[in-house]
Structure formats: C-alpha cells, structure tokens
Design a protein around this ligand. Structure first.
Ligand code: MN
Length: 299
C-alpha cells in the first residue's frame, strides 16, 4: 500500500495537560491549550482517568449547558449516566459511544451511575468536542447512543492491527454512527511488529492520541508515547503508524480526523459560536431558561 499512498508528515507531538473538570474529575487534555486552541473541526479532547475510585468517590459533571457543537463520549471502563433537557437518558458502559449534537442548546448531566458511585471501580473514557458549521450551530439537538456491540471491528491482513470503527471507515469496514460533517474516529490496537497505513480524506486535519504503549509515526518514524498527541500535516493521502518488533506492549490509540470548517471561532466555556454577539445571545438564552430543563421524571 505504501507505493500507492503518500504518507503525511508529523507536524508535532504534544504532551497532555493534567486538569480538573466538572465536580472534580481528573482529565488529561492534549488540547485546547496555549498554542493549540483547536484542531479544526475539533475543539477539545479529554481523557477521563484512567482512575480507580473507592465507594462514594467517583464524580462527574452535573447539569450544564452546551450550544453550537457536538460532544462525543467513548467509555473504556466504568459506567456513566446521561440525562438531558431533550428528555434523553442513557447509560454508557465499557466500549459504548454517545454522540450528542448540542446544536441550538441542551442542558445535560454526565455522572457516574448510582451503582458505580456506590461500588466504586475503574473509570476511563474520552470526550471529544466536534465543532458544527455555522449553518448547523442552531440545529435541533440530536442524540445517538451506540452500544459497544454495534461498533464494528476491522482487522488488518496480518492480524496485528485491530480497529474499532466509531466513525468513518477502516479496512473497508464502515461505522454505524451518522456524523454531521465527515469525521473519522478510530480506536486502534497495534501489536508489536505492526505497521498500519490508514487513508484519510484529502485536506482533513488529523491527530492521534496515545492511550497506552508507544509507537513510531510517519515516514520519518517520530516516536510518541502514552498521553501524547501526534498532530499530522494535512498534506498526503494517509498516515503510517508502526510498533517495533521488540515492543513490550501493544499500542492503543485514537486516530481522529475531520475536514476543517475554517470559520471564525468565538468560544466561551460550554458555548462555541462564530461571533461574540452569538456568545452573548447564548448566555442570555441560557439564563432566560430557553435551553429547557432536564425533566424530573427521567432522573
Ligand atoms: Mn457536557
């Protein structure tokens, strides 16, 4: 395949910042940060945990608003419960994905389930914020819950690369999630000795986030390890990721790509719009109760 596709260069390797969010849960955040405000169309990536909680210790993000973008939650361990002002309610467990399009505005809560809070245990997951184009920022909110069993796994020919296809396509296997703009969201596991070449849409922005292990990126074999983000150049047909034969553990990573919106960005906490005026409007609408309320009966 390498004779046929031009491999993207590595633009940079970024260390995550350790951050406390919501009601006090710990995250690793590769962006936004100083110098990387976004990887257009992506606004934020948080790795929640991995952390082990005793009974009564787990925390989450109680009722808060969003407008103008999408939040994508992918859980590797633990149990999270979602309630929102559109009346949606869902529980995420290991391997499940929730793709929430906040659009015009939702209030939601993202908390460990009561059972998990009582028992404690390991929590590990990701939240990605995907920006919406100006024309869709006020769209009617949408909610897609995708159980782990519905997320297809693609296998490379030599069996050393396996990919959970959350959005987009890998090794000819297509995701079941419907995205507003074309997005690639892949969770790949590379065994020692593996080389993975993944085509990406022309002109897309792409990055990899390393969950565990380490690997070599691009034709120049730039090294990166756990908790780091590799940002790829947007020129080229795809990316190449390899793990040396003598590696002591597999490489687990997220590969995420999307076509840049290239629109003005006005950002204030949970609101992401195109202009300051629209931010003020979002705050006014939220304060006036126009985002609705989480119905009592779904709690
Ligand atoms: Mn949220």
């Amino acid at each position: 395949m390498s004779e046929n596709i031009s491999i993207r260069a590595v633009a940079g390797v970024v260390q995550s910042l350790h951050q406390t969010e919501g009601a006090g849960f710990e995250v690793n955040r590769p962006f936004p940060r100083h110098g990387i405000l976004q990887v257009d169309p992506f606004l934020l990536l948080d790795e929640m945990g991995p952390s082990v909680h005793g009974p009564g210790e787990a925390s989450g993000a109680p009722d808060h608003p969003h407008r103008g973008f999408e939040t994508v939650t992918y859980l590797l361990a633990g149990e999270m419960e979602h309630h929102d002002s559109q009346g949606n309610h869902g529980v995420l467990r290991e391997g499940d994905v929730q793709w929430m399009t906040a659009g015009d505005g939702v209030i939601h809560s993202e908390m460990p389930t009561r059972g998990f809070q009582a028992r404690g245990g390991k929590m590990h997951g990701f939240q990605l914020w995907v920006n919406l184009p100006a024309a869709d920022k006020r769209m009617r909110p949408r909610y897609q819950d995708v159980a782990a069993t519905r997320i297809p796994t693609a296998l490379g020919k030599d069996g050393r690369v396996s990919v959970r296809v959350i959005a987009g396509e890998a090794f000819g296997v297509r995701a079941v999630i419907d995205t507003r703009i074309p997005i690639t969201y892949l969770h790949a596991t590379l065994q020692p000795g593996a080389t993975w070449e993944q085509p990406l849409p022309a002109g897309s922005n792409a990055f990899a986030y390393l969950i565990s292990g380490s690997g070599l990126f691009g034709a120049e074999k730039t090294g990166a390890r756990k908790s780091q983000m590799v940002v790829f150049d947007n020129q080229g047909d795809g990316v190449r990721i390899a793990v040396p034969d003598d590696a002591t553990e597999p490489l687990s990573l997220l590969l995420i790509a999307g076509k840049p919106l290239a629109e003005p960005l006005a950002r204030y906490g949970p609101f992401v719009m195109n202009t300051e005026r629209e931010i003020v409007e979002a705050i006014e609408d939220y304060r006036a109760g126009r985002f609705g309320k989480i119905p009592v009966e779904i709690r």
